[in-house]
Each structure stands twice: as structure tokens, then as C-alpha cells.
Design a binder for this molecule. Structure first.
Ligand code: GLU
Length: 424
């Protein structure tokens, strides 16, 4: 049998990490050779040059990507990242993880991801709008409600989704809210979407703490990353009675053993934009935060922050992966050996966001809108089912929880491809 020739296009640490995770899961379920590479590698990608006029009259050309990992069960789905360190390999890895995530929780989507190499903090509001619109303009023939549906990710938000929806709708000549999710409610966004990822993380943390017989009212939580996901998880966990003892962003971390006032931190961020000099606790570094003694550690920022160096030093009981790919494979091996620590793997832990994106898309397609309680109730039912499936798979095959989640997600995608057959 001939081996797949893999282009060097995506080659990077993070893409190799996603590929190795796939290989391990495929081996564990004896995935037939004939279906492996078809299931593993991204289907297609687009790279675009994005010239925008700056406020000082100059022109800057940014580079953007969209990777669609698979389209075998429906449109592809996944966020768009605006970050200075974006690479096409990273976007491809994130698209792969979206596939396993959607499949694991039973959504009729393949995975996708987009990215633009830009630090959005360095743009004015007007420049950000130009860039967002230009990105969507370049993607018009590559996305659509039945093709590929972008959403927010690191560095993008509701407002940006609104501009993208408007750009696409202007192009096709009618309102097409289902082309992106995570939109403002006024444009067909779903109730609960903004909080969905963080609320899902908090809900799963509550469930796993209960499995471990640890009362949530006695739990201490450290959260790395205080963007949409980290801050919403903090609010929901505080609501459940947990004490948030540390939060951070890229400017540094704050530690307060008595508990951080999350509302106060959010108000501070609204005016100062970053956590630097927030006086709700003592300043520490992001690295120190990860090694704090706490009940729950939540990486909620970027990939590969838990490494073989700090993995032996983690002092949490539960590691809840709100970020995508926060744990390197080498770190995962170390954590696997540690019986004092449980992991909620990313594809399960942060799936609440895409689940409510799916609800938003359904509401857009049917033009029938749901209340918040209905959204949250349906979200938690899906998370319960996915959690039970993962834990059953874990027990049945004596897998780690990550391997259990990945094998379930991967098997379903492979089954769909197998059932469709190979065209022509
Ligand atoms: N960017 C989010 C994720 O990584 C959400 C994707 C979506 O809602 O489509 O899961």
C-alpha cells in the first residue's frame, strides 16, 4: 500500500502534536490503514493577502488563512483567530481538533479554523473593521451556511462576526445570518453563545469535582487567560461557589488566596484593556500561576503551555483544558502517570462554544429563536451525554480520558467517511 505524501505546508510543532495524537488514537482503535490518512489530514485550505488602508493613509497587507479539515458530514465549523503568532500549521492543527470535538459531541460538522497574522490590539477600531471585512470578502467563495461557518476564537468577538456577516450578506444580496456564529443577538446571534464556552467548562468542572467527591464550594481555581472563555468560566464557577484564586492575561497574573473579585477584574479590563497593575491580589507570572496549589487549573489561552518542564510540578487535582491544545504530548505522558491528577481534555472541556454555535446556526436556518434557558438546558444535556460517553470509553478500554475522547471523535469521522465510500 502506498504511503501518503504529506506536503510540508502545515509542518510545525503544533501540527505534529495534533498528528501524533491522531496516530495514537488511530492505533488504539485499529483504524484501518485505508481510512487513516483520509481522516487525518485537512481537506483544503486558502491563504489570502489582506490589504487595508491604515488611518495614517498607509497600506498594510496582512496574511490570513482558512483550513477546512473535513466536509464529510456537513459544513465545516470553527473560529477565526486574530493573533500575531498565527501560522498555517497552527490553524490546521486547530481545524483537526475542531473535527474531533464536533464529532465527539455529535454535531453534524467537520472541523475548520481561520487565522490572520495580526495583533488586533495594535489596530484602531476602524482598521479592525476593514481587516475583518476584507478577510470575509476573500473567503466569500470558500464559506457559507452549507459550506463552512466561521465563529469567534482568540482575538475575535461578536462585533467582528457582525461585520463578517454583513460583508457576506452584502455580497450574496440577501441577509445570511447562518454564515457565521457568535454574532450579536441583534443580527441573529444566539442567547447564551457569548458565555457558552466558559459556562460549559464550569459545568464540566462541577460534574468532575462531584465525581471526585470534592465539594465545589471548597474548590480553589486558577485560570490562565482572562479572555472570553477564561472570564466566563470564572464567573460561572464563582456562581457555583468556587473560589477563584488566580487569573492572568499576556501581561501577567494576579494571585489572591482569599479569592479574586471577578466583577472587579472585568471592570478593570473594560477600562485598562489588560490585567497589568490590577490590584485585586499580588502579581505573579503566568508560569507561577500554572504551578499554584489549587483544586482546579484552567488553561484558557493558547496551545502548548503545559510542557514536560512544568507537568511534574502541577499542583491541581483537576486540569480543565478550556484552551485548545494546551498540553504538549510530552507533558501528557507525564500527567498520564500521575494518579493525583484528572484531566478534562480540550475536545470535551471547551466544546460548549461550538455546541451553542450549532444552536445559533439551527436558529438562523429555521428563523425560529430560542430563549436562554432552553439554550443552556440543551447545552448541558449534550455535555452530560458526551461526558458519559467519554468516561464509559475510558473505563471500557482503560484509556486515558484524552485518548477516550479522541478515539470517540475520530472513530465517528472515520465511520462517516467509510459509509460514504471513496469518490469516484
Ligand atoms: N473557537 C471556538 C472553538 O475553538 C468555537 C468555534 C465555533 O463556535 O465554531 O471551539
Amino acid at each position: 500500500m502506498s504511503k501518503a505524501v504529506v506536503s510540508a505546508l502545515y509542518d510545525s510543532d503544533v501540527f505534529r502534536m495534533a498528528c501524533r495524537q491522531f496516530d495514537k488514537a488511530a492505533d488504539a482503535i485499529n483504524l484501518p490503514e485505508a481510512i487513516r490518512d483520509r481522516t487525518k489530514y485537512p481537506k483544503r485550505c486558502l491563504a489570502v493577502a489582506l490589504p487595508i488602508k491604515r488611518e495614517d493613509g498607509s497600506v498594510t497587507v496582512f496574511e490570513g488563512y482558512r483550513v477546512q479539515h473535513h466536509l464529510s458530514t456537513g459544513p465545516s465549523k470553527g473560529g477565526v483567530r486574530f493573533h500575531q503568532n498565527v501560522t498555517i500549521g497552527e490553524v490546521a492543527a486547530l481545524a483537526m481538533w475542531m473535527s474531533w470535538k464536533c464529532s465527539l459531541v455529535g454535531l453534524p460538522y467537520g472541523g475548520a479554523k481561520g487565522g490572520v497574522i495580526v495583533d488586533p490590539n495594535l489596530l484602531t477600531a476602524g482598521e479592525l473593521e476593514h481587516l475583518s471585512r476584507r478577510y470575509m470578502q476573500e473567503l466569500v467563495n470558500f464559506v457559507g451556511p452549507q459550506v463552512d461557518v466561521p465563529a469567534p476564537d482568540v482575538g475575535t468577538n461578536e462585533r467582528i462576526m457582525g461585520w463578517m456577516m454583513d460583508t457576506y450578506s452584502n455580497h450574496v444580496g440577501h441577509v445570511e445570518p447562518g454564515v457565521v456564529t457568535g454574532k450579536p443577538i441583534a443580527l441573529g446571534g444566539s442567547q447564551g453563545r457569548r458565555e457558552a464556552t466558559g459556562a460549559g467548562v464550569a459545568y464540566l468542572v462541577k460534574k468532575y469535582l462531584s465525581d471526585l467527591n470534592l465539594p465545589i464550594t471548597k474548590a480553589t481555581v486558577a485560570i490562565q487567560g482572562f479572555g472570553n472563555v477564561g472570564s466566563e468560566a470564572a464567573l460561572a464557577l464563582a456562581e457555583y461557589g468556587a473560589k477563584i484564586i488566580a487569573i492572568s492575561d499576556y501581561t501577567g497574573a494576579v494571585y489572591n488566596p482569599k479569592g479574586i473579585d471577578i466583577q472587579k477584574a472585568l471592570t478593570y479590563i473594560r477600562y485598562q484593556r489588560v490585567l497589568r497593575d490590577f490590584d485585586g491580589g499580588e502579581p505573579i507570572t503566568n508560569e507561577q500561576l500554572l504551578e499554584l496549589k489549587c483544586t482546579v487549573l484552567i488553561p484558557a489561552a493558547l496551545e502548548r503551555v503545559i510542557t514536560e518542564k512544568n507537568a511534574p510540578k502541577l499542583k491541581c487535582r483537576l486540569l480543565a483544558e478550556a484552551a485548545n491544545g494546551p498540553t504538549t504530548n510530552a507533558a501528557d505522558k507525564i500527567l498520564d502517570q500521575r494518579e493525583d491528577l484528572e484531566i478534562i481534555p480540550d475536545v470535551l472541556c471547551n466544546s460548549g462554544g461550538v455546541v451553542v454555535s450549532y444552536f445559533e446556526w439551527l436558529q438562523n436556518l429555521s428563523n425560529f429563536y430560542w430563549g436562554r434557558d432552553e439554550v443552556m438546558q440543551k447545552l448541558f444535556a449534550i455535555l452530560d451525554k458526551a461526558k458519559d460517553a467519554v468516561d464509559y470509553q475510558k473505563r471500557k478500554f482503560k484509556f486515558s480520558r484524552r485518548l477516550a475522547a479522541l478515539t470517540l471523535g475520530i472513530q465517528r469521522v472515520a465511520d462517516a467517511k467509510q459509509s460514504r465510500g471513496l469518490f469516484p
